[in-house]
Write a protein that binds this ligand. Structure first.
Ligand code: S3P
Length: 449
């Protein structure tokens, strides 16, 4: 959290010949945030199984408690939430600290925008540098008032509208966080609130809102966009049981590690494979990975599968810009697969990576450079020139308080010729507590450096 002194944790990953075994990915971060938030604004008690107990999700739970909802852990991954009904939050008596979590900060801003009291929100150093204007702008149109630091940065104060106004809003960036913030604000707004998304982004909010009994419809627009219309002021029904699938963004690290180490055979059980999230797996297959979805099923309204990956020779490909929303968090680890592949991988239309926990285009490029991998970087693209299985490694990578940079380069260290160190792996706990132990169980060598 932002007030605690920060102790960096240096880790080193050393080369291994192969990985083998079966593991389960931790709970999906996006779905975990939403399960707590919707539980907190529903009437009655919602139980959750498989919740991700990473720092990001715990920040959401802490904020919801300050807003008057009861959120308690009753066992590992098992939570009980007693909600306050739509519009039923009370004024928080302290600052809401969203830690490292953009999803927590953006989605909660949507809820606060229609509660007629003032809240103060902050986050860690990474979060305080990330753009909030993308939610401030539409939520202000609905009647909320914000006072933020220059450029729309946290800390900020938000005073929610007494009576919010429904809007129709076309997303200027492909962002599920912005879409969700508006839909959540639309819940406590009379009439119909409409979000138009030119490119499909993850649809967990829509799926879960429907599960809680909200009236929501998705209308295709003539230009290929989707309009998502939410009818305001429903009574959301608690009382349900939410099963959170494993996180495809976390599973990606073990999947790529297995894919680039010939002879590996790894199965990751229980992974969410919602098509709005599964772009990396499609891309790995196009690169020649031996990757199959087994036991495909529906769990809690979301498609789930066990993912089996066997090591193979990968080849570079072009990853089209329109695939970016479905794999936006996976580019750091895709860059690792690309570095191991033969030929060049061109990642296009990836400017949003600059607005993540760190400027991920810059962080990835610096990590590639530190480990002898040739690449070209632009405002909106990254081209990685593969080494055909001969990543030099030997570098020290700066993680910039970014969990996915830390995990991606630790994976690279397993498949390089020389060990790779990351300067601070502590942010891994935001999304993947137990990452090192899980990878070690597959045969990885990752240790304090
Ligand atoms: C998320 C959406 C994505 C993603 C983030 C989680 C969500 O952000 O990068 O990790 O849960 O809605 P954007 O919506 O800003 O692209």
């Amino acid at each position: 959290m932002s007030t605690a002194p920060h102790r960096p944790l240096k880790l080193v990953a050393s080369p291994v010949s192969r990985l083998e075994g079966e593991v389960r990915a931790p709970g999906d971060k996006s779905i975990s945030h939403r399960a707590l938030m919707l539980g907190a604004i529903a009437v009655g008690e919602t139980t959750i199984e498989g919740l991700l107990e990473g720092e990001d999700v715990l920040a959401t739970a802490g904020a919801l408690r300050l807003l008057g909802a009861e959120c308690e852990m009753v066992g590992p991954g098992a939570w009980r939430v007693r909600g306050r009904g739509v519009g039923g939050f009370r004024e928080p008596t302290d600052v809401l600290d969203m830690g490292n979590s953009g999803t927590a900060a953006r989605l909660l801003s949507g809820l606060l925008a229609t509660h007629a009291f003032t809240s103060f929100m902050t986050g860690d150093a990474s979060m305080r540098s990330r753009p909030m204007m993308r939610v401030i702008e539409p939520l202000s149109r609905m009647g909320a008032r914000f006072v933020a630091r220059q450029g729309g940065r946290l800390p900020m104060a938000v005073t929610g509208a007494e009576i919010a106004m429904p809007i129709e809003y076309r997303l200027p960036v492909a962002s599920a966080q912005v879409k969700s913030a508006i839909l959540l604000a639309g819940l406590n707004t009379p009439g119909e609130t409409t979000v138009i998304e030119p490119e499909a982004t993850r649809d967990h909010t829509e799926r879960m809102l429907t599960g809680f009994g909200a009236t929501l419809r998705v209308e295709p627009r003539p230009d290929g966009a989707r309009a998502i219309v939410i009818v305001g002021q429903p009574e959301l029904r608690g009382g349900g049981h939410i099963v959170v699938p494993g996180d495809p963004s976390s599973a990606a690290f073990a999947a790529v590690a297995a894919a680039i180490l010939p002879g590996s055979d790894v199965t990751i059980g229980n992974v969410g494979v919602n098509p709005t999230r599964a772009g990396l797996y499609l891309t790995l297959r196009e690169m020649g990975a031996d990757l199959t979805f087994l036991n495909e099923r529906i769990m809690g309204g979301e498609p789930v599968a066990d993912i089996r990956v066997r090591g193979a020779r990968l080849r570079g490909i072009d990853v089209p810009a329109d695939r970016a929303p479905s794999m936006i968090d996976e580019y750091p680890v895709l860059a690792v697969a690309a570095a191991a592949a033969e030929g060049t991988t061109r990642m296009l239309g990836v400017h949003e990576l600059r607005a993540k926990e760190s400027d991920r285009l810059a962080s990835v490029a610096a990590g590639l450079a530190a480990n002898g991998v040739r690449h070209d970087i632009g405002e909106d693209f990254l081209h990685v020139h593969g080494t055909a299985g001969a990543i030099p490694g030997g570098g020290l990578v700066a993680t910039h308080i970014d969990h996915r940079i830390a995990m991606a380069f630790l994976v690279m260290g397993l498949a390089a010729k020389n060990p790779i160190a990351v300067d601070d792996a502590s942010p891994i706990d935001t999304s993947f507590p137990g990452f090192v132990a899980l990878m070690a169980g597959l045969g990885a060598r990752i240790a304090a450096g």
